[in-house]
Design a protein around this ligand. Structure first.
Ligand code: IPM
Ligand code: MN
Length: 353
């Protein structure tokens, strides 16, 4: 039984997640995968009413699920940082979701701001380390609020953290088996971060020796931003650190057609690991409750969930159906301009599975 915890969250999160669940149920019937969905009321709305973001009991319950499907967490009345830190980042750290997987694929019919680039040119994956770097919350203030104030924010890299992420990325590149050649690019900033990214590059080169079939490369992150816009076809799989990965995956998200389609997975690949999949679009409060938001990203996240859970066929069916719907049905990926309502897009994906 595939047990999935569902967190609709805030704003349009519940609307897009319910389309993703609809598609999961349908593909589950077709592929004979028994599934069970349990909803959790975790969101900014609840925090405003009760002051609770998530309880220890909820954390313990969620731990028993191999997969969580998340809509969006974010509320205009909650100050920045609270929900991010106490929900999203807490879950990543509590469940040691050390891989942030972000496929970047331009689907048929989807518009990219890059001139003359086609679906065959934009098809790569970013593997972002998800538990270290500037995200550990290490640092502090000294003489806060005085003219002599000092603030530190420390980037932490460990051998274990670098190695497990890099090895996973090599294995992923091997499995992805790109017909144009298996190619893994490390993205960092070794010319300036001469300690942390020295450890990163040494680890990368050592692990590379175990994967002679994978061609490797190194790019500085600033150069990567240029190449990604100029020659996205150059990339197959990118592995990078947490902070740089955060930034370059927003760039990548836009070149694949924006927040209506981009999805991500926070993955703990260990046998009893709990992973969390989400559309990248956020809670989009101004569109809430109108049935006009694009659910494709959430459905993409559901396909990633199935792929990581080992249901490759089911994942492929969803991906093919999504490509059919974007290529032949939808007028646009923008909210309100799709030519269909949110729930109609979910229905179309179900009908074309
Ligand atoms: C993301 C988000 C988060 C991050 C925020 C909301 C904490 O931007 O998943 O990319 O920085 O990782
Ligand atoms: Mn981000």
């Amino acid at each position: 039984m595939l047990k999935i915890a569902v967190i609709g969250g805030d704003g349009t999160g519940p609307e897009v997640v319910s389309e993703a669940v609809k598609v999961l149920r349908r593909v589950g019937e077709l592929e004979k995968i028994p599934m069970q969905f349990n909803e959790f009321d975790i969101c900014g709305e609840r925090y405003l009413k009760t002051g609770i973001t998530i309880t220890d009991d909820e954390i313990d319950k969620l731990r028993n699920y191999s997969s969580i499907l998340l809509g969006a967490i974010g509320h205009p009345s909650v100050p920045a940082g609270i929900l991010e830190k106490s929900l999203l980042l807490r879950l990543r750290f509590e469940f040691d979701q050390y891989i942030n997987l972000r496929p970047v694929k331009l689907l048929p019919g989807v518009e990219t701001p890059l001139k003359d680039k086609k679906p065959e040119d934009i098809d790569f994956v970013v593997v972002r380390e998800n538990t270290e770097d500037l995200y550990t919350g290490t640092g502090g203030f000294f003489k806060k609020g005085t003219p002599d104030e000092v603030a530190t924010q420390t980037a932490i890299y460990t051998r274990k953290g670098c190695e497990r992420c890099i090895r996973w990325a090599f294995n992923y590149t091997r499995k992805r088996n790109n017909p144009k050649g298996k190619h893994l690019t490390l993205v960092g900033k070794t010319n300036v971060l001469t300690y942390g990214h020295d450890l990163l590059l040494r680890t990368f080169n050592e692990v590379a020796a175990e994967f002679p079939d994978v061609k490797t490369d190194y790019n500085n992150v600033d150069a990567c931003c240029m190449w990604m816009v100029k020659n996205p076809e150059y990339y197959d799989v990118i592995v990078t650190t947490n902070m740089f990965g955060d930034i370059i995956t927003d760039l990548a998200g836009i070149i694949q057609g924006g927040m209506g389609v981009a999805a991500g997975g926070n993955i703990n690949p260990e046998p009893n690991g709990c992973s969390m999949y989400e559309p990248m679009g956020g809670s989009a409060p101004k569109y809430t409750g109108q049935n006009i938001i694009n659910p494709i990203a959430a459905i993409n996240a559901a396909a990633m969930l199935l792929e990581q859970e080992g249901f490759q066929n089911a994942a492929k069916r969803i991906n093919k159906s999504i490509a059919f719907v974007t290529g032949n049905k939808m007028k646009s990926q923008a909210a309100g301009k799709m030519g269909y309502k949110t729930n109609e897009i979910g229905n179309l994906v179900c009908e074309n599975l």
